[in-house]
Design a protein around this ligand. Sequence first.
Ligand code: CA
Length: 229
Amino acid sequence: MPSQHPTILVVEDERAIVELVSFALKAAGWEVVAVHNTAGAWQYLQQQRPQVMLLDWMLPDQSGLRLLSRIRSDRQFNSLPVIMLTAKSMEEDKVAGLDHGADDYITKPFSPRELVARIKALIRRKEPEHAELEMRLGPVALDPVSFRVKVDDQPIEMGHAEFKLLKFLIAHPERVFSRSQLLDKVWGDHAVLEERTVDVHVLRLRKALGNADYLVKTVRSVGYMLSEK
Ligand code: CA
């Protein structure tokens, strides 16, 4: 099971702020990658997917707002959680940031504690499957921190792919997802997997769930869902 912590991408050219933010985020359990301009951020995003991006407004090559527009118009990144980090506190700037697709906005100077709280709130809002709370459906309990799954309070074993699939489905119960949606949401856009792969993982997931296998429903000619009904 992976032990890797989720990463926060910090796009900020002021060294003191980078240090302050990095320290606070690492203390809260995240990996931090800092880049100093929008080109660096774009380059990073081609390789990796951060859990959240903190984006400064005023950057040396172009404005954070320009990068934000580029990200939001790209299907691959349009759901990436972004918090604008800026010295601007004018109401119209705030509106401009949110108009361009920022999920939240934090004005400098801010306390590291407030920043961490805002990031956690954003993750809960955008990606319930990444919240650090145990998720339950019927007899199944999944702990996203320890990567443990239990059925009727008994620990069960499953592969990493099945764990990711279950984590996604349990965060969105009673909703049908097509195979291509699951590929996209569970394995990411970069995955070079065929839709049939989803069927294989669903099969393995059902097997791993044992008595709770009935929760994974096949919805004919649509896809799969997790449901107690
Ligand atoms: Ca700046």
